[in-house]
Design a protein around this ligand. Structure first.
Ligand SMILES: [Zn+2]
Length: 421
């Protein structure tokens, strides 16, 4: 799968809480639960002399040691997607000695993948990604068993496939598979190690643990179709899946070993250009249909849930540049400025005198806006706000403009003290 899965927050309502910490013991609780929810006592495998030599740098680590290495050998990790994120995850988990890696993908290696999908090489172009991945993993570490699933993950096969693994790593490139993976992990009680990338930014978290939030707690609904461009459309810095995927691999190793503090209840935001890492606290949403009310008892039709792809009609939405808005603000002739991002983004950075109305609540809040006034909408990069502008125009607001490039361009052109994220 191509690795574009970065989620610019859609119209949902991220919920967060400060000062909450969830121990690894909570996250690890799932690793000892069998398919039926009962305890699964697994005797740890022995290591051969070759393995003892191979893992020497782990064996001397106080928190790993021989027992930890045997835990890794007993570990079973499923990678959903063998693309940009799946590449470093597969390579590092194999090198670290995770005993069984499951890979699900149905794509063929394309030359345009090689800029970031380091699991595959030039000689693999045209081959199945799974064949390519299996050969590479075998070369990295012949002690690793590789299960391959050359198919699309669907609501029909997901529970069966995921149930065989301790930990699931989400390296998907589309919302339908991302929600499907999340819901299946919640239903099965499997930790879901989430990662996503877009352009110069990435996100990572650990969802669906016993007490932590899930992906739907953060993003209850998928974004409107076409809102978030893919890597193919929006581009991605080649190294970015390496950063995010390596963090996902780290989380997988921590969960298998039962050490450290996993990214449960925390969302890591990575800004490669600014060399900034931020952590936002998240908490489980009691109204989440997956892990809160548990009204999702079986998997849905995720293609229908996420809708088909359309794009906003750019022709009818006029734009305003950050410089023009800044001049209007200094002249005291500013339009009404509406920020359609999510509350956690608002906490990070905002434009003076703006009002926060997350895109998902705009339909409810539009009646509080003055249709006689000029309105400028903005978001992170100008994509969500283009949809917001279109929504407002459809609701009868004729003087709506979109801030070109969003707050990211505002930070570049107008006020560099506004943090980039
Ligand atoms: Zn949830």
């Amino acid at each position: 799968m191509r690795s574009w899965g970065h989620i610019i927050p859609p119209g949902g309502r991220p919920r967060k809480a400060r000062g909450r910490s969830i121990s690894y013991h909570t996250a690890m609780a799932h690793l000892t639960a069998g398919h039926d929810g009962g305890a699964r006592v697994r005797s740890l495998p022995e290591l051969s002399s070759d393995e003892l030599q191979r893992y020497g740098r782990h064996l001397v680590l106080p928190d790993v040691g021989l027992e930890g290495q045997r835990k890794l050998k007993a570990g079973r990790v499923l990678l959903v997607g063998a693309g940009g994120l799946g590449s470093p995850v597969a390579l590092y988990l194999a090198a670290a000695g995770v005993g069984t890696l499951g890979l699900i993908d149905f794509d063929v290696v394309d030359i345009s993948n090689l800029q970031r999908q380091v699991l595959h090489g030039t000689s693999d172009v045209g081959r199945s990604k799974l064949e390519s991945a299996r050969d590479r993993i075998r070369d990295v570490n012949p002690h690793v068993a590789v299960d391959t699933y050359e198919m699309r993950l669907t609501s029909v096969n997901a529970l069966d496939i995921l149930s065989d693994y301790d930990v699931v790593v989400d390296g998907t490139d589309n919302f339908a598979t991302r929600y499907l993976t999340n819901d299946a992990c919640v239903l099965l009680g499997k930790p879901n190690i989430y990662g996503s990338i877009f352009r110069f930014e990435g996100q990572a978290s650990v969802f669906a643990t016993e007490r932590g939030p899930c992906y739907r707690c953060l993003y209850p609904d998928p974004p409107p179709p076409g809102l978030v461009p893919s890597c193919a459309e929006g581009g991605v810095l080649g190294v970015l899946p390496g950063i995010v995927g390596t963090i996902q691999a780290t989380e997988a190793l921590k969960l298998l070993l039962g050490i450290g503090e996993p990214l449960v209840g925390r969302l890591l935001l990575i800004d490669a250009l600014g060399s900034r890492f931020r952590v936002v606290s998240l908490e489980r949403d009691p109204t989440c249909p997956a892990c809160g009310t548990r009204e999702i008892r079986e998997l849905l039709d995720y293609d229908a849930f996420c809708g088909s792809v359309t794009s906003p009609d750019a022709d009818v939405i006029s734009e305003m540049t950050p410089t023009e808005l800044s001049q209007r603000l200094s002249r005291g002739d500013a339009p009404d400025i509406i920020d359609v991002r999510e509350p956690y983004e608002w906490q990070i950075a905002r434009i003076p005198s703006a009002r926060l109305i997350p895109l998902g609540t705009l339909h409810r809040e539009a009646s509080s806006l003055d249709p006689g006034r000029e309105i400028v909408v903005y978001c992170h990069h100008g994509i969500r706000s283009a949809h917001a502008a279109e929504q407002l125009r459809a609701a009868g607001f004729t003087r709506v403009r979109n801030l070109a490039g969003g707050i990211a361009r505002w930070s570049e052109e107008v006020d560099p003290t506004v943090p980039k994220y």
